[in-house]
Design a binder for this molecule. Structure first.
Ligand code: AHM
Ligand code: MG
Length: 332
């Protein structure tokens, strides 16, 4: 079988009119950064990169050394290419404007440099999530406001998983495509075209330790799921929770399932755990492009009007019929 690399894939996407030359180069640079992060993560305890960095991010979460390293790798890889006007990251308080001396481009890049980083020290899969928006017309030095665009405006979204193999999943609005890193060759090879999420599933993913904080519709759904064959849903379910969204979403993209980090009452200042701009929006675009659904329970994630760069939202995504059921319970 002829193997198609990421470069050829993107050139074909450009010829088909799905990406501009600049967006193609931008995605290639992100992929290069992902390879560098994969190497850093893969060295594990050998290179002294495990453990805490000693710092905190804007949300008051302790940063791991690898959070900081992955963030640096993405910034350095992307600031000189001339495709971007600015970058925003889960690990930085404010956007990073392209330094003077480098040409500026027309795109904005957003990323969660190392999702699931609490899993790093125990050698469980982590990943990088990214999203591309257009920089508003006439803006030279974008501020946080310029990033506050609905998820429907995303031009591209993707994530990598640093697991037994390193994979890169990508959409530019023409389906979802999966690449695997050939470590010897140092290149991403197309291994899954047009990934589709089955509409029905028997697998669910939620951190049940928060059950006492959930709202009634989610409690109802999980009770029904747990009732199995003899309950109202009439089938036995299986539960999986990696604790790295990238890995949980990747499983769902591969074989179906429903993932939930719903609204809870644990902390009134946080109407959810996951971040809209770095996690919910890119994953929602990917999931919808693969035929699945993604909502907050109340609304379609991609339709939300962002209010803050680091805003958190509830997330319910995956197999369409199951997500529609839970969303319906919120409306009942
Ligand atoms: P992070 O971006 O700081 O790693 O946090 C996001 C992670 C997700 O990957 C995962 O789904 C969730 O937080 C796990 O949360 P919990 O530890 O509450 O189960
Ligand atoms: Mg994250």
């Amino acid at each position: 079988m002829r193997r198609i690399g990421l470069t050829q894939f993107l050139i074909e996407q450009q010829r088909a009119g799905h990406v501009s030359a600049d967006l193609r180069l931008l995605i290639e640079v992100v992929a290069r950064a992902v390879k560098a992060i994969s190497v850093a993560v893969g060295k594990g305890a050998l290179s002294g990169v495990l453990g805490e960095s000693g710092g905190e991010n804007v949300q008051g979460e302790a940063q791991k050394k690898l959070d900081v390293i992955a963030n640096e790798i993405l910034l350095e890889a992307n600031e000189w290419g001339g495709h971007l006007a600015a970058m925003a990251s889960e690990e930085m308080d404010d956007p990073h404007v392209i330094p003077t001396g480098y040409p500026k481009g027309g795109y904005l890049l957003l990323f969660d440099p190392l999702d699931g980083s609490s899993n790093i020290d125990v050698n469980i899969s982590v990943g990088t999530i990214f999203s591309v928006l257009r920089c508003p017309e006439g803006i030279e030095n974008p501020t946080a406001e310029d990033f506050l665009q609905a998820g429907t405006k995303q031009l591209a979204a993707g994530y990598s998983v640093y697991g037994p193999s390193t994979s890169l999943i990508l959409t530019v609005g023409d389906g979802v495509h999966g690449f695997t890193l050939d470590r010897e060759m140092g290149s991403f090879v197309l291994t899954e075209s047009n990934m589709r999420i089955p509409a029905d599933t028997k697998e669910y993913s939620i951190n049940s330790s928060n059950r006492r904080y959930w709202e009634a519709p989610v409690k109802r759904y999980i009770e029904e799921v747990e009732a199995g064959k003899n309950g109202p849903l009439g089938k036995d379910y299986n539960m999986r929770w990696v604790g790295s969204m990238v890995a949980d979403v990747h499983r769902i993209l591969t074989r179906g399932g429903i993932f939930m980090y719903p609204k809870d009452t644990k902390d009134a200042s946080k109407p959810g755990k996951l971040r809209l701009m770095y996690e919910a929006n890119p994953m929602a675009m990917i999931v919808e492009q693969a035929g699945g659904a993604a909502t907050t329970g109340a609304d379609r994630i991609l339709d939300l009007t962002p209010e803050k760069l680091h805003q958190r939202v509830p997330v319910i995504l995956g197999s369409k019929n199951e997500v529609d059921r839970v969303t319906g319970y919120h409306k009942a």
